[in-house]
Design a protein. Structure first.
Length: 405
């Protein structure tokens, strides 16, 4: 996205093979941006902030909420109309939280009861906005900041707790002056509408959220050892590593570098240690930084001596599925000790049994319960497992290779 609205040609290495990434490219191609792809290398011929063209057909975001919410911020500041659509799952996810601030900035948005399809009548320039996030959401923060790049003045977003900061880091990498200050347990972030983005070369770190499945598998299985090079170690994303270490998992880092403002390194995890924590609760600000890892953390809890209790994770009710309900239901099918709350769940130490798992078309449910199947006695069948391709098409091939290695 940033390369598309930058001036000049950017080269991206280690570009993901996921369906979400493909959806993003497809959307920007319809907006007049040219891409060249060679394996995991992508060349983007940026058109600048004002060079996008009105699309002749709807922009299909597939299953990607990140694509829909972030591109909405960019499109709000354009002088044309766009329509965003998505698959059945994405069409059920709430968009009111971005409609509010973008409307305040002067764009006109139409939705179906707050859901996609989402029509955006852009305005340039937008009005600048001083916006306090109602919930801790990096997607909402990023949407407003991207809209602020086309505002007549400075736009500031204040977040209640610090969330993922990939957008701030990458904007700086493209030459944007991003100003930050501490606001209690969160921070405020400001950008100016006269900012310009300039092309740069980017090495994308491997995703720690995808690594999490293998971290848990190796930590829980006696005799395991896995090394994962080139993983992003951004401190707003490594809550999963912090929690696993608190429960006694052996995780080391090596070969650390910084690329494009993002810390990268090798994660080394070994199994065999006793796992458990005197304080088995995962709640508060850290949850915002491991929200996508909650399903696999719940599975992890079954393999510990203390179990795990996850709270303040109500956002999971409105992800690709109701992840709290999906995790609880599938754990029960595997004979796990689980209690469901409105904002999370408690999982006790459990001897899992093989079962038929329903993914609810959610990629993270599919992958989390593939790992649960490694811990279970008997066969586990995962129905709809192909949805893992949304974020990690190679997941089952990689799992097979390390399981048999």
């Amino acid at each position: 996205m940033f390369a598309a609205i930058a001036e000049g040609t950017s080269r991206i290495s280690n570009f993901g093979s996921s369906a979400d990434c493909a959806s993003t490219i497809a959307c920007f191609e319809r907006l007049g941006v040219s891409f060249e792809r060679n394996g995991s290398n992508v060349t983007v011929h940026g058109v600048g902030k004002k060079g996008l063209k009105e699309p002749s057909t709807p922009l299909d975001c597939g299953n990607s909420g990140t694509t829909m919410r972030l591109i909405s911020g960019i499109l709000a500041g354009q002088s044309f109309e766009s329509k965003l659509i998505g698959d059945e799952s994405l069409s059920g996810r709430p968009m009111k939280r971005i409609i509010g601030p973008l409307t305040e900035m002067g764009a006109a948005l139409e939705a179906v009861d707050g859901h996609a399809p989402l029509t955006i009548m852009g305005r340039n320039p937008l009005r600048p906005l001083h916006f306090r996030l109602p919930v801790a959401s990096a997607q909402l923060k990023s949407c407003v900041l991207l809209a602020g790049l086309n505002a007549d003045g400075e736009t500031t977003v204040i977040e209640p707790v610090a969330t993922r900061d990939h957008t701030e880091r990458m904007l700086r990498g493209f030459g944007v002056d991003v100003r930050e200050s501490t606001e209690g347990s969160g921070k405020s972030v400001s950008v100016s509408g006269d900012a310009r983005l300039f092309a740069t070369d980017i090495q994308v770190p491997s995703d720690v959220s995808s690594s999490a499945f293998f971290l848990v598998a190796a930590a829980c299985l006696l005799g395991s050892r896995i090394e994962m090079p080139g993983v992003g170690l951004n401190p707003t994303r490594t809550g999963i590593v912090e929690v696993l270490r608190r429960f006694g998992a052996s995780i080391e880092t090596a070969d650390e570098i910084v690329s494009g403002g993002e810390p990268i390194g090798t994660l080394i995890v070994s199994g065999g240690d006793r796992l458990g924590a005197a304080d088995n609760s995962v709640d508060g600000p850290i949850v915002a930084n491991l929200i996508d890892e909650v399903p696999i953390l719940a599975v992890f809890g079954t393999q510990t001596e203390s179990g795990i209790e996850i709270r303040d994770a109500g956002e999971l009710r409105i992800k690709e599925s109701d992840r709290i309900a999906a995790v609880a239901e599938n754990l029960r099918r595997m004979d796990a000790d689980v209690e469901e709350f409105e904002d999370g769940l408690r999982v006790g130490p459990s001897k899992l049994k093989g079962a038929v798992i329903d993914t609810y078309h959610d990629h993270r449910i599919a992958m989390a319960f593939a790992i649960a199947g490694l811990f279970a006695e008997g066969e586990t069948e995962i129905r709809g497992a192909e949805c893992a391709a949304v974020s990690f098409p190679e997941f089952f091939d990689v799992l097979s290779s390390v399981s048999n290695g």
